[in-house]
Design a protein around this ligand. Sequence first.
Ligand code: SAM
Length: 194
Amino acid sequence: MNPFVSKSIFMLGIVFWLLIRIPYQQIQKQNIIVDQRKTLQEKIVRLLLLVGILLLPLIHVLFPWLNFANYHLPIWANGLGTAILALSLWLFWRSHHDLGQNWSSTLEIRAGHTLSTSGVYRNIRHPMYTSVLLLCIAQPLLLSNLIAGLSGFIGFSIAYATRIGQEEQMLLDTFGDEYEVYKQCTKRLIPYLF
Ligand SMILES: C[S@@+](CC[C@H](N)C(=O)[O-])C[C@H]1O[C@@H](n2cnc3c(N)ncnc32)[C@H](O)[C@@H]1O
């Protein structure tokens, strides 16, 4: 596949990604927050994700500065990247839909917060983070560049290591046994596996 086409597919995916989020950001503004765990570490992790998934790919698409780290991929790899990106977008949309008003971009609990356990939350506890992981797998398959391709995965790994445990603790503090039971019946990111 022509590198211009595969890069454009990735950037189009990012545009869809941002569009999916807009209505939920509006809904989030109406929430009354009763517990917020917005630490400096959390802010740094979000910044790293933004750099890894958005900024470095954008630099790679617009400027030749990272071209020294380019590699070539066969067309099937670009096709696979496109399919994974499509799956990621679907899961990203679906997890926002299933969380509904419970969604927020940071770690917080709203007044009237309920535990979502159906839809894509039936088998895994963090389908939205699974969608981010899928995006990070599609990234090197579509951008064919070591830096812009792997930066998302590095950002995701740091977010995974630092954020998920804190989020689960916050939900456990809020929902107690209900969350404990839910935890026992589900996996974190990959149904039946992990
Ligand atoms: C960016 S969302 C990510 C949700 C989830 N970790 C995922 O990957 O699908 C983060 C917010 O979702 C909320 N949240 C996470 N899991 C939830 C659940 N099962 N039910 C209700 N709210 C949840 C938490 O309040 C958290 O602040």
